[in-house]
Ligand binder design. Structure first.
Ligand code: ZN
Ligand code: ZN
Length: 273
């Protein structure tokens, strides 16, 4: 298996202090052939959920850091330059400008908060019913996000359950509970030629991948073919962790290829290659 980690963070993200070189070397040492840096650019403030894009001020730092790495790359691993673009549908014009940077190989579309609502990470969930209400609202907004054109793969679908489970509520987004909502999102992504990420961060705390296997299986049944895999590592310790397990999961569900993005175009690499 030729393993690619296409979702990682560095000190260019507000929630990581990892040097880029350390991340790349750790990913290589954990068996990766390729690392794509996808530092955060959210449209909203994480505490209030109000629109407050920081892209214009922060982008020059990313350019400086990435150019320094690419000028003297570590041996034994391919580097890609991506971005995790959050809440695109809350400010589509700014998001489209950010995603149009010619340097970019790959853009993840993600959703960390509902409109004018704090990040799912900050919410203090108090009942299973409340979690399910949030999950339905999350899926409605993901369906909106799926219609946006400026990203390549939808990040960590269903990851809200990470925080809910930490508070004691088993509110996983599975195809059993949310089939119609998930199917609508997948249909929109497939129609638009965009993919789905298998995010392995949940595996590191005893949870499932995001999306979970039942949702990935539904995506496959609907004809979904574009799949990327990412660890969502914010530290060198986590770089590449879980990627091999995700490939094996995909294989067991009948997927044969993983998409590798270069300059916003996928090529398809056999999982068993
Ligand atoms: Zn994210
Ligand atoms: Zn991330």
């Amino acid at each position: 298996m030729i393993l690619f980690d296409q979702h990682t963070h560095s000190r260019c993200s507000p929630d990581s202090d990892a040097p880029l070189r350390d991340m790349a070397e750790a990913a290589r040492d954990h068996g990766m052939s390729l690392i794509c840096f996808t530092d955060h650019f959210d449209m909203d403030d994480d505490r209030t959920g109000h629109c407050a894009p920081t892209w214009p001020e922060r982008w020059p730092d990313v350019v400086r850091e990435m150019e320094a790495l690419l000028a003297d790359p570590p041996a034994g691993i391919e580097i890609r330059w991506g971005m995790e673009l959050g809440e695109i549908h809350h400010d589509p014009a700014t998001a489209a400008k950010a995603a149009a940077a010619p340097e970019l190989d790959f853009v993840l579309g993600s959703l960390h908060n509902l409109r004018d609502t704090p990040d799912f990470y900050h919410i203090r969930y108090s009942s299973l019913e409340e979690c399910e209400t949030y999950n339905r609202a999350y899926l409605r907004e993901l369906a909106e996000l799926a219609e946006q054109e400026c990203f390549d793969s939808m990040a960590h679908m269903g990851y809200t359950s990470r925080y809910m489970i930490r508070r004691g509520f088993r509110a996983e987004i599975t195809a059993d509970r949310y089939r119609d909502e998930l199917a609508e999102i997948f249909r929109r992504l497939i129609r638009g030629g965009r993919g789905v990420e298998v995010n392995t961060s949940g595996l590191r705390e005893g949870q499932s991948t995001f999306p979970d296997p039942s949702a990935l299986s539904l995506y496959r049944d609907l004809g979904g073919e574009i799949v990327t895999v990412g660890s969502d590592a914010h530290t060198p310790r986590d770089a590449g962790i879980g990627v091999k397990e995700a490939y094996q999961l995909l294989q067991s569900l009948g997927f044969r290829y993983v998409a590798r993005f270069t300059k916003r175009k996928p090529d398809f690499v056999r999982i068993d290659g």
